[in-house]
Write a new protein. Structure first.
Length: 526
């Protein structure tokens, strides 16, 4: 997914950029690089390499790069192999234009051919590098840096979040289309990044760029323009997140800290405003839920709850597959679930949905995200920033919000709605109690850590939880894992089970409990 950060101000840019890149590691990447403009503005120094932030920053001595303006990037390879040459930032022929980019430039081959004919020399296999050369070409044609940047952006087809610096300049140039980019406005300093947590150490005031926005960052703030160089206005938003939410808080790593935070943030999630979402759901009998990864497992659980308790015709779809298997209409409510609100496959599915004038309800953790802005109604998870690559507390918050939407108005025997609220209010304490059992969890982890494969099994509402358990194990341990319905284990998968393969059963008390126990006995017999 890549990460971008830019800084211009009165402090040492390299230190701020390194810190910001570490806070963007959850986005996934294979290489790292930063570029810093020397204090006199007469040279831009770039250092980059394949590897993780801490190692590359140490090996290349990022901290020795002096200057108060710079950009940084973590790359996930899309065009060209992960290597130093393809790592960002990239520059033009002269090294006077340096930039980083997230997204895909769809017409880069055509642009590269045209620029090559004009004498430009390319040093990488990436689509990104063409943007630097475009800016160089327009500057050669006599345009000032800002106009050259705008003209270059106008030539691009595809998706992009771009940050650029130009030698002898005192600004960072930015542009956004279908890829997240947020501006942070501080005191005598301005930042930009792919996500808010990278900037929380410096400001709580943010400008959320919209598609087509182009900006110029200086120490005094941010000026915004459209593709025609007309100045536009974007209101800054103050978030009540603080830097402690994005710190480890004494935990060994962010994932552990965020797991321990679940009790607190479940209370916050149950405070989410779900009244309008509940009203919207009640108006539709046909509901399509779209999501990716962990959010898809929340979608599957929501589908089951809608079927069982609300009598709705609901289906859950993996977002990337939705346009191939479904065609919504005005009678269909679309529910999109995304922690970041910037998941590319989910946004693509949502844009497909909008062609059919369907109503869109979104569940997201990111205020003013792309998903939030395109939706008819939004419910925010209130889970605070999630830094870890693997989603934990936000999955729980998704479930909390789903349960609140569906059950907060459940009636008790006297016709009041205290029953639903009472049920929900117990959940954070129950989760808190479970989290007190870390030592038991460590013991279980020790039995699994050296295994080659693990099955996670569940029935009914436990089936999506089993799939999520398998996904988490794969993500964080690189152990092969599969999640499946308990009854299906005898139809093939049981052939793989032996004394060396752990099988995790999610066995909730309820109608299917005895059946799950029976499935457990089948496995133990192997």
């Amino acid at each position: 997914m890549c990460g971008i950060i830019g800084y211009i101000g009165n402090n040492k840019a390299s230190e701020i950029i390194i810190d910001g890149l570490k806070r963007l590691e959850y986005r996934g990447y294979d290489s790292v690089g930063i570029a810093v403009m020397r204090a006199d503005g007469e040279e831009i120094e770039t250092r980059k390499e394949k590897g993780i932030v801490s190692e590359v920053a140490s090996n290349l001595e990022f901290h020795t790069m002096n200057g108060k303006t710079g950009i940084g990037h973590t790359r996930w390879a899309t065009h060209g192999a992960p290597c130093k040459e393809n790592s960002h930032p990239h520059s033009d022929c002269s090294g006077k234009v340096v930039l980083a980019h997230n997204g895909v430039i769809e017409n880069y081959i055509q642009l590269k051919d045209e620029l090559t004919k004009k004498g430009h020399r390319f040093a990488s296999e990436t689509d990104t590098e063409v943007v630097a050369h475009l800016i160089e070409q327009f500057r050669t044609d006599g345009l000032a840096p800002m106009l050259a940047f705008i003209r270059a952006i106008a030539m691009l087809k595809g998706s992009y979040a771009i940050v650029a610096i130009v030698e002898n300049g005192d600004a960072i140039y930015i542009a956004r289309k279908n890829s997240p980019l947020v501006v942070g406005v501080g005191n005598g300093e301005t930042l930009c990044a792919s996500d808010v947590p990278a900037m929380l150490k410096h400001t709580n005031n943010f400008i959320f760029l919209e598609d087509g926005d182009i900006g110029v960052l200086t120490t005094e703030g941010c000026r915004m323009y459209d593709i025609y160089a007309n100045e536009i206005h974007r209101n800054p938003v103050t978030l009540n997140w603080d830097i402690e939410m994005a710190e480890k808080g004494g935990a060994a790593h962010f994932m552990l800290k965020e797991i321990r935070d679940q009790k607190h943030f479940l209370y916050e999630s149950f405070l989410a405003d779900t009244e309008r979402a509940a009203e919207l759901l009640s108006k539709f009998k046909k509901i399509h839920i779209i999501a990716c990864g962990t959010s898809y497992h929340a979608a599957c659980l929501m589908k089951l709850l809608l079927h069982k308790h609300k009598g709705a015709s609901a289906e859950a779809f993996i977002a990337s597959e939705y346009p191939f298997v479904a065609k919504p209409d005005k009678e269909t409510l679309i529910v999109a679930i995304s922690q970041s609100g910037e998941t590319a496959d989910t946004l693509q599915a949502v844009r497909y949905v909008k062609q059919y004038d369907a109503t869109l309800l979104s569940l997201t953790n990111a205020f003013q995200s792309s998903l939030a802005r395109i939706s008819n109604e939004v419910v925010y998870l209130n889970a605070g920033p999630e830094v870890s690559v693997a989603a934990t507390k936000t999955f729980m918050s998704q479930l909390a919000v789903i349960y609140k939407i569906l059950f907060s108005d459940d009636k008790d025997n006297d016709g009041g709605n205290d029953h639903g609220r009472s049920m929900l209010n117990q959940i954070p304490e129950i989760v808190g109690g479970m989290l007190q059992q870390e030592e038991q969890m460590k013991t279980i982890a020790e039995t699994i850590r050296n295994k080659g494969s693990v099955f996670f099994i569940g029935r009914g509402l436990s089936y999506p939880i089993a799939m999520e358990g398998a996904l988490k194990l794969k993500e964080i341990s690189y152990i092969h894992a599969e999640g499946g319905p308990a009854a299906e284990i005898k139809h093939g998968p049981i052939a793989l089970v032996d004394e060396n393969m752990p099988v995790v059963f999610i066995a909730n008390r309820g109608n299917s409990y005895e059946k799950v126990l029976s499935n457990m006995m089948e496995v133990k017999a192997r």
